[in-house]
Structures are given as structure tokens and as C-alpha cells.
Design a protein around this ligand. Structure first.
Ligand code: P71
Length: 470
């Protein structure tokens, strides 16, 4: 294998990137309240904000759009999607939703009552918010190695079974309506979960009759890691690994905007017919009829095809290889990242990148802002802005263990040269890291505040040469 990931596709359609200057970007970021969610994408050179919904679809998917059947009920594309869901996930009941969080909302509305706890290897932001909105308590139970930024464990996304048992014993099975396994573990640097861990989690939950749901946004990438790293799976095809993985689950919810290879869409699947009947009611009230769930018929077709494309081994080798290439180049240059690189993104380790800025001053947001100004690259903070929360009893702010800036790679979008540009930009920024200073909030919303927050520099610091923006 070459030292760089081979891109197993040719480019048929291109989308121009608008060039910007540093001065322009300083102005734009200031207007955006130092929050890159408030930027226009046209003002970004390389957009690594998310791998969600940013996939380049294939010619087969675009061709599939033309076969869209836009009937209100029983459209043909629903049945294509149903066949794919049965084939890959083995779930007898499923429904499309417009995206992942809609599936979460519907699921939590039937499962969670105030005071319930919902354990997860680690909740991602929308799952956590959907539990909280129902008055529930989201609990994160990652293994201790998840905190270690060095590459000491092949499956740092795993759930800690000892913590899970303690949690159930402490809160009681009656107050634990479901448990979730997020694959890959997005809040833990996109790290994978092993098959053994999923199997053992299911076995433990069965003792208490608690259903296991898989948050399957990046399940194909997770299956690829299992094939590469877990003994006994090297010769198993990815689809076989996926079938085994979901055989341990009572259901799954999925943001199809990731490993569904589409720009919009979600899935909710389950084994239990009575549960399906209950969630169907919610779906029809909030999303649409069960054969389209808030999507157009053509979207269902693109998803039915995209699900298989994400399982292609040449594609996955390129996909995970591209992320690894970015991570390895940065690590070689001495930039602190979480190692090993995850499936969809490289996460900068902000506590080591900016050790002097405390979490209450949002060092990850400051770093994200500087990366945009210096290079036009948009990452996203996943740290004290996205995940800190106030303790409801004491009012004390709890900061997350990991403070990261995530560089998520859209699927099939950026070339080798784009990635090299990002590496050079971050290595340059690392040399200038002492110029970066903290921020304070000027506006925050009660839930998911990172999307809409506005911030300002804590003090104007004039750096010699006048090069600092903050
Ligand atoms: C991601 C996102 C979406 C996002 C989040 C924060 C900033 C920017 C973009 C969404 C997920 C996810 C997992 C594991 C459910 C959802 C919600 N991730 N589970 O990582 O990662 O799905 O966006 O389709 O509603 O950038 P949805």
C-alpha cells in the first residue's frame, strides 16, 4: 500500500472553492461572534466542521434520484430501503426519519420519563439533549483508556461494563429504560467499539431486561476497525460484521448523513412489534407517514444505495486511510492529537495544544477561530462549549474530560492536496500557539448552545507584530 490513501473514484462534477484573505477572515470571524457555526460556507476554504450530510454522492446515487416515487404512501423507494435495512441490520421493523435526532426524539419520547437514566458508552450532543429534554439523565460510561490521548488501546470507544453494572444497581433497572452504544464513539475522538464489548454489553443488559439500542451513525467505519483490529474478523466481509453487530441489538437509530452516504436522512429500526406501533404514532405526528418519514422518495433511494457503498472495502480503506494520513502527519510534526486517529475525524488535543488556557475560557473555540483566520479551515470545538453543563443540584459547571477540536473529513470530497494543506496550516498554527488567548460567552442557549453561542476575547492582547486577532 502506498503511503497515502488511494482515492477509489474519479471526479465527475466539481464545486469551486472561493478564495479568501486573512484580513477578510478576521472580519468574518468577528462578525460571527467567534463561532464558526455562524460563518457562511462560501467563506470557508476547507470545511471540516462535520462529516455529517457533507458526503459527495456517487453517480449511482444521483441516477437513483431520478427513480424517486413521490407517492404519499407505499412508494417504491421505501421498499428498496426496507430490503437494504433487512439485509444489513436484520431488523424486522424500521422507519425513515429526516435525520438522526428525529429518530432520537421519537425513541426517547416513548422510553424516557423524568428521573430515568440512559447509559451510553458516550452520548453525542443531540442524544444527550434528547434525554435531558425528557427530564432524563444521560450517563457516559466510557472505559478509562478513553481519556488517554496515547494509542494504547485498539478500541477506546468501548463501554466500561463494570461502570454499567454499578449504574444499573445504583439507579435500578426500572429507572433505566434503555442503554445505547454509539459506534464509532464520536465524543471519544471517533474511536471504535469492539464486537466483544457490544456482545458483553448486551449480555449484561439482558440480566436486567434492559434493551440495547445502537447509535449507528458511523457503524460501517466501526465494522472496518473490527475487521482490521479484532482477532477473528480479518477474513470476514464488512456486511457480515455489521450483521453480527446488530444481532446483539434490540434496535438502532441512525443519522444516515454519515455512513448512509446521503446529505439528509435517518433511520430508526427495532425488533419489537409493539414498540414499532408506539413509535409509528410519534413518527406520523412529527415526521410523516411510515413509508417516507420526512424524506422525499428520491432521498430514500439515494440512501438505499448509499448504505451499500459505505460497506465497500476499497472505499473504507480509503476513508479510514485518509483520516489516518491526516492524523499521522500531524502527530509526526509534534502536534498533539488523540491517537490513534478515529474513523471520521482527527481530534486535536486542546489541553496539550493550549495548556495555559483553562476550560472556562473555551480554548477549543479559540483554537478553532485561529485555524479559520490563519488558513480558512473550519473545524469544530467538541469540548467545554459543546459538552459542559451545570449540575442541576449545585449549579456548578462540569467540564468534559476531553477538550478537542475535531477535524471531520467529509466523505469522498477532499483530495490528497487538500489534506496536505490542512496539515501545513495546523503545523504553522502550532508554532504560533502562544498567541492564542481565551474567550468569554456573550450569548448561550439552554440546550446545544455551541450551535448559536456568541463569544468575545477576554482581553485585547497586542502581540508583537500585531498579528493576533484576539
Ligand atoms: C457530527 C454530528 C452533527 C453535528 C454535531 C455537532 C456539530 C456539527 C454537526 C450527529 C450525530 C452523531 C451521532 C453519533 C446522532 C447524531 C445526530 N453528529 N448520533 O458529528 O454524531 O444526527 O445530525 O442526523 O440529527 O458532526 P443528525
Amino acid at each position: 500500500m502506498a503511503e497515502y490513501p488511494f482515492e477509489p473514484f474519479r471526479i465527475k462534477v466539481v464545486e469551486p472553492i472561493r478564495m479568501t484573505t486573512r484580513d477578510e477572515r478576521v472580519r468574518l470571524l468577528t462578525e460571527a461572534g467567534y463561532n464558526v457555526f455562524q460563518l457562511r460556507s462560501e467563506d470557508v476554504l476547507i470545511d471540516l466542521l462535520t462529516d455529517s450530510g457533507t458526503t459527495a454522492m456517487s453517480d449511482q446515487q444521483w441516477a437513483g434520484l431520478m427513480t424517486g416515487d413521490e407517492a404519499y404512501a407505499g412508494g417504491r423507494n421505501y421498499f428498496h430501503l426496507r430490503d437494504a435495512v433487512h439485509d444489513i441490520f436484520g431488523m424486522p421493523y424500521f422507519m425513515p426519519t429526516h435525520q438522526g435526532r428525529a429518530a432520537e426524539t421519537i425513541l426517547m419520547s416513548v422510553f424516557v420519563k423524568p428521573g430515568d437514566v440512559v447509559p451510553n458508552n458516550t452520548h453525542f450532543d443531540t442524544t444527550e439533549a434528547n434525554v435531558r429534554v425528557r427530564g432524563g439523565v444521560p450517563l457516559n460510561l466510557p472505559i478509562d483508556e478513553a481519556r488517554d490521548p496515547q494509542p494504547h488501546h485498539p478500541f477506546k470507544g468501548n463501554l466500561d461494563l463494570r461502570k454499567l453494572r454499578l449504574c444499573i444497581e445504583q439507579h435500578g433497572p426500572a429507572n433505566t429504560p434503555l442503554a445505547i452504544m454509539t459506534v464509532t464513539n464520536n465524543a471519544v475522538a471517533g474511536q471504535p467499539v469492539s464486537m466483544a464489548n457490544i456482545r458483553e454489553t448486551k449480555a449484561l443488559l439482558s440480566e436486567y431486561d434492559i434493551p440495547l439500542f445502537i447509535d449507528a451513525a458511523r457503524y460501517a467505519e466501526n465494522c472496518y476497525f473490527i475487521q482490521q483490529r479484532e482477532p477473528g474478523y480479518a477474513d470476514k466481509p464488512i456486511i457480515g460484521i455489521a450483521r453480527e453487530m446488530f444481532s446483539y441489538a434490540d434496535g438502532f437509530m441512525m443519522s444516515a448523513k454519515k455512513d448512509g452516504m446521503v446529505n439528509m436522512g435517518g433511520l430508526l429500526g427495532m425488533r419489537d412489534q409493539r414498540l414499532f406501533e408506539r413509535v409509528s404514532v410519534e413518527l406520523i405526528v412529527h415526521e410523516g407517514f411510515v413509508t417516507y418519514g420526512g424524506l422525499a422518495g428520491r432521498d430514500l433511494e439515494a440512501l438505499a444505495r448509499g448504505l451499500y457503498e459505505a460497506l465497500d472495502e476499497d472505499y473504507l480503506a480509503y476513508r479510514v486511510g485518509q483520516v489516518k494520513y491526516l492524523g499521522d502527519r500531524l502527530a509526526e510534526a509534534g502536534v498533539p492529537i488523540f491517537e490513534p486517529p478515529g474513523g471520521h475525524a482527527v481530534y486535536l488535543d486542546v489541553k496539550r495544544f493550549l495548556p495555559d488556557i483553562p476550560q472556562r475560557q473555551f480554548p477549543g473555540v479559540a483554537l478553532t477561530g485561529h485555524l479559520y483566520v490563519e488558513a480558512g479551515v473550519r473545524g469544530v470545538e467538541l469540548g467545554s462549549l459543546a459538552f459542559a453543563h451545570k449540575d442541576p443540584n449545585t449549579g456548578e459547571v462540569r467540564y468534559p474530560e476531553l477538550e478537542t477540536v475535531r477535524l471531520a473529513l467529509p466523505r469522498r470530497v477532499y483530495t490528497q492536496k487538500h489534506i496536505d494543506y490542512v496539515v501545513d496550516a495546523i503545523v504553522d498554527l502550532y508554532k504560533k500557539r502562544l498567541e492564542i488567548q481565551g474567550l468569554r460567552l456573550t450569548y448561550e442557549a439552554p440546550y446545544l448552545r455551541h450551535f448559536t453561542a456568541r463569544l468575545e476575547p477576554i482581553e485585547e492582547r497586542v502581540i508583537e507584530g500585531g498579528n493576533s486577532i484576539f
